[in-house]
Design a binder for this molecule. Structure first.
Ligand code: 13P
Length: 394
């Protein structure tokens, strides 16, 4: 039987062409296929084995990611929705509530934090990263610096943050982060222009290479916004174009596919399209797109929720896990995990326990959906409320 191993290969990336692969040999007159050890070199740095292990841990059965990496400005929007001021103590209290939820690690394998949160502690003085370690949750960090207008495009944007990224990533690793997130967006109503797609893909690939060089598993997130009145076929077409370009540049930048995670939008009709699509249709289009574009070497697909209701996001994930997939198909939700929690908490200490229970309900529902075993029976009215906001900025 052929034995496959990952061999470390330390040639400089620019000269690397993977030339040491040996293929099955024909053995003389019998013409039978004789196989010998096949070595599949991948470009390896100091962290290759660790990156692969981290990515696999995050993509473990029945678990997904809790995204709570809202910038201070966006966290302010969450807090103001329940009448709280956007102060550091209020942000700390909210993140403490989420991260100290008892039993969270059963359903959550990774938590994406904003820089402020990565360096914060509980009110008892325990570092948030240690709280996560105790629950076997991998700490992650948002490393992009947000979106700005892209000159020369059709009112589109590009994502900043490559300057100084290597040294920032090294610091985040020291603080305990083991994966990273970079979110850029593509707008269907704005085109998207070839320039915007190329810029999004190139930026993601540069970020991914820099993250891996510093021991952080990059989450690759070109969010295709829900905005627009287009049909689902148009979303499929744009998503295929975007992911083709992303993988082209990931490969050009010698990114190790076994050590990344993807965070795609689901393929749905535009939010203002006249017809809604069922979870089965969304699953069919999304998986078709992913199977056409994403190599099975990638360990995990961790969807964003993008303004879907909590229940919709869970139902769609469940529909995608009704038959085996080449990758772990799971969640990395922010709004679809936090909505009921915030409404339950209302900033009151006496509501913390109930709010943590609400988080566990959502985390467990999505865990079951990851396993293809979710039932929407008994879901609350709050969980059914859509959260799409036209032109929403994170
Ligand atoms: P939503 O699930 O609210 O879309 O957020 C996911 C996320 O982290 C966006 O980068």
């Amino acid at each position: 039987m052929a034995c496959v191993s990952f061999a470390k290969h330390n040639a400089p990336s620019s000269s690397w062409i993977g030339g040491q692969q040996s293929l099955p040999q024909r053995s003389g007159s019998s013409a039978r296929l004789a196989t010998r050890r096949v070595s599949l070199p991948i470009r390896a740095g100091a962290y290759t084995d660790e990156l692969i292990k981290t990515a696999k841990t995050i993509a473990s059965p029945g678990r997904g990611i809790l995204a709570i990496d809202e910038s201070n400005a966006t966290c302010g929007k969450r807090l103001s929705s329940i009448g709280l001021d956007n102060t550091e103590p209020n942000r700390q209290a909210y993140r403490q509530l989420l991260l100290t939820t008892p039993g969270l690690g059963e359903y959550i394998s990774g938590a994406i934090l904003f820089e402020e949160t990565l360096y914060q502690s509980t009110t008892d003085g325990k570092k948030f990263v240690d709280v996560l370690h105790d629950q076997k949750i991998v700490p992650g960090i948002k490393v992009d610096k947000g979106l700005v207008p892209l000159p020369g495009s059709n009112n589109e944007s590009w994502c900043q943050g490559l300057d100084g990224l290597s040294s920032r990533s090294a610091e985040y690793y020291k603080q305990g982060a083991r994966f990273a997130k970079w979110r850029t967006v593509v707008s269907i109503p704005c085109g998207p222009s070839a320039l915007a797609v190329k810029e999004a893909a190139w930026g993601l690939a540069r970020y991914a290479a820099i993250s891996q060089d510093n021991g952080l598993v990059p989450i690759v997130e070109p969010e295709i916004l829900l905005d627009g009145d287009h049909p689902i076929e148009r979303t499929l077409e744009v998503a295929e174009k975007v992911w083709a370009e992303v993988f082209y540049y990931l490969a050009e930048n010698n990114v190790i596919f076994e050590g990344i995670l993807l965070k795609p939008s689901m393929v749905t009709p535009g939010a203002e399209h006249k017809e809604r699509a069922s979870p089965e249709t969304i699953a069919k289009y999304t998986l078709t797109m992913l199977k056409r574009r994403v190599p099975p070497a990638v360990p995990g697909i961790m969807f964003l929720s993008g303004g879907q209701s909590e229940m919709e996001a869970t139902l769609n994930l469940h529909a995608m896990n009704q038959s085996p997939n080449p990758w772990h198909v799971s969640f990395s939700y922010a709004r679809a995990l936090q909505n009921t929690v915030l409404k339950t908490w209302q900033g009151r200490p006496e509501n913390v326990e109930a709010a943590q229970k609400a988080l566990l309900v959502r985390a467990k529902a999505n865990s079951l959906a990851q396993l293809g075993k979710y039932s929407a029976e008994g879901e609350s009215e709050e969980a059914k409320k859509g959260m799409f906001v036209k032109g929403y900025t994170y």
